[in-house]
Design a protein around this ligand. Structure first.
Ligand code: ME8
Length: 660
């Protein structure tokens, strides 16, 4: 029989900055759930990735003096980037999608076209309040004190030709999904969605933009790029092969899957995403789970506030598993939690060093000391058990059921609480039996001591199996020390007392979780955070490396560069960057070109100048105006700032002269 299929996803992250501990929290949680389902023997597909389009990335790339693709490549694939971080954190994703991947772009274009053809996407004019950092449009009523309700920053008036998705059409069906099914969890988020977004009336959603170009082009309307959500949300199905040839897993039992997301994007995942799927006639997600935020000093972490916590520093200092464990143990999944280094160290010392670490090292050390690492056959049985034997055994044997209930209800913190209650009970059991006293008369008490140690090893094994999704590497080590063979590490064996062979080879190995010296560690962390804040020393002038890929001569000759003269130049209304040029290109008909260079030039200083333009690019719409070509500039970076100079040539050269 085929194993049950289970598909789980994280949000796809914006690679506009390096990821921080908040993103790590979200990914580790999803990884833990994916590993839990694998442990149960399910066939798991775990997807994560990056959401690489949009104006913010385009702007950041310009600031950095690189192309948007080069910019995201660095953050995703470069040293210390997203892929490196997930490798470090032992994230077991099966796929990684980048929204700039060709197959995804192809799918998004097809999806957009299908929704346009079925009448759910139509053309209109967008007027609204736009929050640039969040890339979100808001209505007046949604603003909080006139500012973006998500990030609290200033919003701007925006108006442009755009395509819209008929979200309003799906309001009733989405409401029904939210209110009458278990789709959205925690339940508290349902009310929030209905009250804040559905009841005030769902408005149609802007799904294309013309004022920036870093996005999936709308192939039937040049100048428009797909705007955020149709591009981003559909990753969950394009990564399975929906509307593309790259994968062939859509319709094969993975979808519908489980979307794990942070609370601020629950709105998009529980309203817009189901509505898009309704429009496409595809099955709705099985679940959307909205987790809380990790806060720092009560506020959200953000690069711009300069208060992000670097997971690399923490993982290096305390170990990947300790960090993974801390994130899952400390903060109830679904609620916000306050991160602090003190709390991290306290959790490591209490739970990992004192409770689990001590249990393992005491049990294995005593098995080594009193029995040379092998308990005698028959030690699993004891004819007249003490009440504490029965109590511990009962607690360990019933642990898997409680744990399962918690994991199934997306409460990994509770599952850990259950496991640690048993670990604490086991430590108490050591004291109740005082093995060091029993060892004084091995002839008389040897069998009882062996039984006590077997009970401890078996309890440790069961806890170890259930902790595997949280701390995979450390549990491997724990099994090696306690002698648990492969068939005693399975989900099935975690529900069965006695799966550990009585004579298993036990050896005390390295200390799994060393105690942390709090004061020293805090000082070191502070120093590391300070060092990370220092800006890297930048060279004064940086120029982009030359391209190594060759372009063939015929292709080069297809670009038509001409000398042009500026007849008029003005700033485009409501745009901080765009200048509109009216140019004499020698044809006798004025040519209009828009160029995002206001940062470097005032329009009046350019009138009369002789410039160079490429004149055979397809027309492009920006802020509702058409641009026919591009002015050529020279760019470099000066002390980290992008510098730009329009290419100006001798005024004696006539307009229209061809460059070759
Ligand atoms: O939202 N605590 O990307 P993103 C907990 N590209 N979670 C946090 C967090 C924190 N301090 N900071 C961020 C996006 N996150 C979109 C998603 S999905 C189709 C598109 C979480 O990089 C955040 O809640 O801004 C979100 O779930 C995820 O990181 C990605 O955030």
């Amino acid at each position: 029989m085929e194993n049950k299929k289970f598909y789980i996803t994280t949000p796809i992250y914006y690679p506009s900055d390096k990821l921080h501990i908040g993103h790590t929290y979200c990914t580790v949680a999803t990884d833990t759930l994916a590993r839990y389902h694998r442990l149960r023997g399910e066939d798991v597909m775990f997807l994560t990735g990056t959401d690489e389009h949009g104006q913010k990335i385009e702007d950041k790339a310009r600031e950095a003096g690189v192309t948007p693709k080069e910019f995201v490549d660095r953050i995703v694939e470069g040293p210390g980037g997203v892929l490196d971080l997930w490798k470090l954190m032992n994230i077991s994703n099966d796929r990684f999608i980048r929204t700039t991947d060709g197959y995804h772009v192809q799918s998004v274009q097809r999806i957009f076209k299908r929704m346009h053809d079925n009448g759910d996407i139509y053309k209109g004019t967008y007027k609204g309040k736009y929050c640039k950092p969040c890339e979100s449009f808001w209505t007046e009523s949604q603003l909080a004190d006139g500012k973006c309700p998500d990030c609290g920053r200033e919003v701007q008036d925006a108006e442009e030709e755009a395509y819209f998705f008929r979200l309003s059409k799906y309001a009733d069906r989405v409401r029904d999904l939210l209110e009458n099914t278990d789709f959205l969890e925690p339940k508290s988020r349902v009310n929030e969605m209905v009250k804040n977004f559905i009841e005030p009336g769902l408005e149609d959603l802007c799904v294309s933009r013309t004022s920036f170009s870093w996005g999936v082009p709308v192939d039937f309307d040049p100048g428009h790029v797909v705007y955020v959500w149709v591009d981003a949300l559909t990753n969950y199905i394009t990564a399975l092969g929906y509307e593309n040839d790259r994968y062939d897993d859509y319709g094969k039992g993975w979808w519908p899957g489980v979307n794990i997301v942070g609370k601020e994007i629950v709105r998009f995942h529980s309203i817009i995403w189901p509505a898009i799927l309704m429009s496409l006639g595809e099955p709705l997600p099985k679940k959307c789970f909205g987790h809380g935020w990790l806060l720092l000093d009560g506020g959200k972490m953000s690069k711009s506030k300069g208060n992000v916590v670097d997971p690399y520093i923490l993982a290096e200092k305390f170990g990947v598993d300790a960090l993974r464990f801390f994130l899952m143990r400390t903060f109830p999944f679904g609620s916000d939690g306050n991160f602090s280094n003190e709390l991290l160290i306290q959790t490591i010392n209490n739970d990992l060093a004192n409770d689990l670490g001590n249990l393992v090292s005491r049990t294995t050390a005593m098995t080594g000391k009193y029995f040379g690492g092998h308990l005698p056959a028959g030690c699993g049985q004891w004819a007249s058990p003490e009440p504490w034997d029965l109590e511990l055994r009962q607690a360990a044997a019933s642990l898997r059921d409680a744990y399962e209930k918690d994991m199934e209800s997306f409460a990994p913190h509770k599952a850990l609480e259950d496991v640690f209650k048993v670990i604490q009970r086991a430590n108490k059991y050591i004291d109740e039996n005082a093995p060091w006293k029993l060892s004084k008369d091995m002839e008389q008490n040897g069998p009882r001591l062996a039984h006590v140690l077997y009970t401890l090893l078996e309890t440790t094994r069961i806890c170890g199996v259930l902790l595997t999704p949280f701390m995979p590497d450390s549990m491997e080590k724990l099994f090696a020390q306690t002698g648990a063979p492969a068939d005693a590490r399975t989900w099935d064996s975690a529900g069965r007392w006695g799966a550990l062979p009585e004579t298993a080879a036990v050896s005390k190995g390295e200390n799994l979780f060393p105690r942390v010296d709090t004061e020293k560690a805090l000082e070191e962390l502070e120093a590391a955070a300070e060092a990370a804040k220092q800006p890297a020393v930048r060279p004064e002038i940086e120029i982009e490396p030359q391209l190594t890929e060759k372009v063939d001569f015929d292709t080069f000759c297809k670009s038509d560069f001409r000398v042009v003269k500026v007849k008029a130049c003005d700033a485009v209304k409501k745009s901080a960057k765009l200048l509109r040029f009216t140019l004499d290109d020698g044809t006798g008909v004025d040519r209009q070109i828009l160029s995002g260079i206001h940062q470097w030039y005032e329009p009046e200083e350019l009138v009369g100048k002789t410039l160079v333009a490429i004149v055979n690019l397809p027309p492009r719409k920006m802020m509702g105006l058409e641009s026919n070509g591009m002015l050529i500039s020279a760019v470099h970076t000066e002390r980290g700032e992008e510098a730009l100079h329009l290419l100006m040539v001798d005024d004696a050269i006539p307009a229209g002269a061809k460059l070759c």
